[in-house]
Design a protein around this ligand. Structure first.
Ligand SMILES: NC(=O)c1ccc[n+]([C@@H]2O[C@H](COP(=O)([O-])OP(=O)(O)OC[C@H]3O[C@@H](n4cnc5c(N)ncnc54)[C@H](OP(=O)(O)O)[C@@H]3O)[C@@H](O)[C@H]2O)c1
Length: 245
């Protein structure tokens, strides 16, 4: 029996990167998995890849910024056990060049999206279940050109600790993964020459001497779903940047 046999896992933002890897791990662990993302083409490709894992999988196009659509989707999928929320993109630009609508759009996508999704899911998660948010390194160490990401990451880390208490009476645990640099489509948006320099500098600085892979975060997601004694935690998956000199 897999560690998630008999459990249902919802992953919003699972056509690529950390969400896709987490869905694969959950399927291997015996869960029924429902994945979603905005773009249907990439989502279908992801579903084809995941079908090789076996198990029960469904997919549906969904934008986490669209609260009404997300609420209807959650109601349709209910009841479920774990809600995994990596689906977001954030506007990256130096402070001096920031545009208000883009900055607000990032907060809407990466903070309010998961926040209201968690709110609308709370009645649909079975006792003993959990939620996992995704913040990021920028809250702990400055990342150039990413001030709005830092602010959002801080808000998600703080919300995790508060919601762990708020949702405890319902038997729901709430945790957060704070990735360092993980080699996914997320960082592919960085210009190649900047990326090469950034990856090299990061890998040489952290104790494990490499950038992260989506699987590193997926393993953390599995731990948070399956360990019933962990809640209110922000888990750094970053190769040990905090202990770098
Ligand atoms: N990779 C890193 O280095 C890193 C570092 C720090 C934090 N993080 C955080 O970790 C999380 C996952 O990152 P990742 O690297 O796996 O990203 P990714 O490779 O870009 O994948 C993001 C996934 O989410 C979907 N998505 C994006 N916006 C969405 C929305 N509004 N509604 C529903 N789905 C949406 C994407 O598909 P569509 O575009 O088709 O919707 C895709 O499937 C994010 O919150 C990110 O901020 C990542």
């Amino acid at each position: 029996m897999g560690a998630l046999a008999g459990k249902k896992v919802i992953v919003i933002g699972a056509s690529a990167g950390i969400g896709l890897a987490t869905a694969a791990h959950a399927l291997r662990a015996g869960a029924e998995v429902a994945i979603s993302a905005r773009g249907m083409e990439r989502l279908q490709r992801a579903a084809e890849t995941l079908a090789k894992e076996g198990g029960s999988l469904s997919y549906e196009a969904l934008d986490m910024r669209d609260r009404a659509a997300v609420a209807a989707y959650l109601k349709w999928q209910a009841p479920f056990d774990h809600l995994i929320l990596p689906g977001a993109t954030v506007y990256r630009t130096p402070f001096a060049d920031m545009e208000e609508d883009k900055a607000k759009g990032s907060v809407h996508a990466k903070f309010w999206g998961p926040f209201w999704t968690a709110y609308d899911a709370r009645d649909h998660i079975r006792r003993g279940g959990s939620m996992v948010f995704y913040s990021g390194l920028a809250n702990r160490r400055p990342v150039p050109g990413y001030v709005i990401g830092a602010v959002i990451d801080g808000a998600l880390d703080a919300a995790t600790r508060s919601l762990a208490h708020e949702l405890a009476p319902r038997g729901i645990r709430v945790n957060c993964i704070s990735p360092g640099i993980i080699e996914t489509a997320y960082v592919e948006r960085i210009p190649p020459e900047v990326k090469e320099q950034l990856f090299g500098a990061y890998a040489s600085k952290v104790p494990v001497k490499r950038v992260g892979q989506a699987d590193d975060c997926a393993q953390a997601g599995m731990y948070l779903m399956t360990n019933g004694y962990v809640t209110g935690e922000v888990i750094a998956v970053d190769g040990g940047i905090e202990s770098a000199p």
